[in-house]
Design a binder for this molecule. Structure first.
Ligand code: NDP
Length: 256
């Protein structure tokens, strides 16, 4: 029931494009307040404006507060000072969507640059952990909260050319599963969403800006859209408080 999200405050990391942007807009449409986090301020502003438009169109009175926060989740100092950048009336957060993440390159192990290894782990794993640690203190204090982490099919099945990315997503799965077990018998919920192929800027980053190579990934397939995954995230968040969607693996129909 979407009414459970009315007036809630949600943080979405990686909200400047793709799944994060679609998720922010869908929460906005459902009457939630949203703190949007990413590194590109201009793109973030556009999504924040889209949130405001979606909320206005919904006609709902609840929600409608949005903050675009330029922040690199891989930078621990920036994460530690997040609240300085968030307006006072948005600091009581109900849901954290840890969505920021990427894959850089398709090289084999011997060819991967150390800086690429570091950047993938810094965002996909350490950034997700820093954000979670920041919020979990508040969630424990107020005895409520929901952490929703973006894993991937790559967190279940390794693939050739994806050693580092799949390692980061296996780490996300291990971290999320352990945390969920730690929080059993508390009102804090923990969910991992594991998408298959979704058409976003993800592929462009993977091929380091080569649009042609990025587009070829989806040839002959009908990939999921960012909105498809946003719907699953918002649906999981809107379950009754005693229901915890632990994991959700979502594929396009033509992905094996
Ligand atoms: P996009 O590239 O469209 O979005 C990634 C988002 O993460 C961008 O908003 C980017 O914004 C943000 N981001 C990256 N690094 C940081 C950082 N250090 N700090 C803050 N924000 C950051 O890809 P998707 O929407 O597809 O990906 C979202 C999530 O879904 C990722 O975790 C990805 O691994 C996962 N996923 C995607 C799949 C797919 O096929 N697309 C499949 C399975 C999982 P900015 O550059 O402005 O910081």
């Amino acid at each position: 029931n979407a009414s459970r999200l009315l007036g809630k405050t949600v943080i979405v990391t990686g909200a400047s494009s793709g799944i994060g942007a679609a998720t922010a807009v869908l929460f906005a449409k459902g009457g939630s307040n949203v703190i949007l986090i990413a590194r590109r301020a201009d793109a973030l502003k556009k999504v924040s404006d889209a949130c405001a438009a979606a909320h206005k169109e919904s006609g709902l009175r609840q929600g409608g507060k949005f903050a675009a926060v330029q922040l690199d989740v891989s930078d621990k100092a920036q994460v530690a000072t997040l609240w300085d950048k968030v307006p006072q009336d948005l600091r009581n957060v109900d849901i954290l969507v840890n969505n920021a993440g990427f894959v850089l390159g398709v090289e084999h192990v011997g060819d991967i640059k150390p800086e690429d290894v570091e950047s993938m782990f810094s965002t996909n794993v350490f950034g997700l952990i820093s954000m979670t640690q920041l919020l979990i203190k508040d969630f424990k204090a107020k005895k409520a909260g929901h952490v929703i982490n973006l894993g991937s099919i790559a967190g279940l099945e390794p693939y050739a050319g994806g050693s580092i990315y799949t390692a980061t997503k296996h780490a996300v799965r291990a971290f999320t599963g352990s945390m969920r077990r730690e929080l059993v018998n508390t009102p804090i919920r923990v969910t991992e969403i594991q998408p298959g192929m979704v058409e976003t800027e993800f592929s462009i980053t993977r091929y380091r800006g080569d649009i042609n190579a990025a587009g070829k990934v989806y040839e002959g397939l009908e990939p999921l859209t960012a909105a498809d995954i946003a719907e699953e995230i918002v649906w999981a968040a809107a379950r009754p408080p005693h229901v915890n969607i632990a994991e959700m693996l979502v594929f396009p129909v033509n992905q094996a």
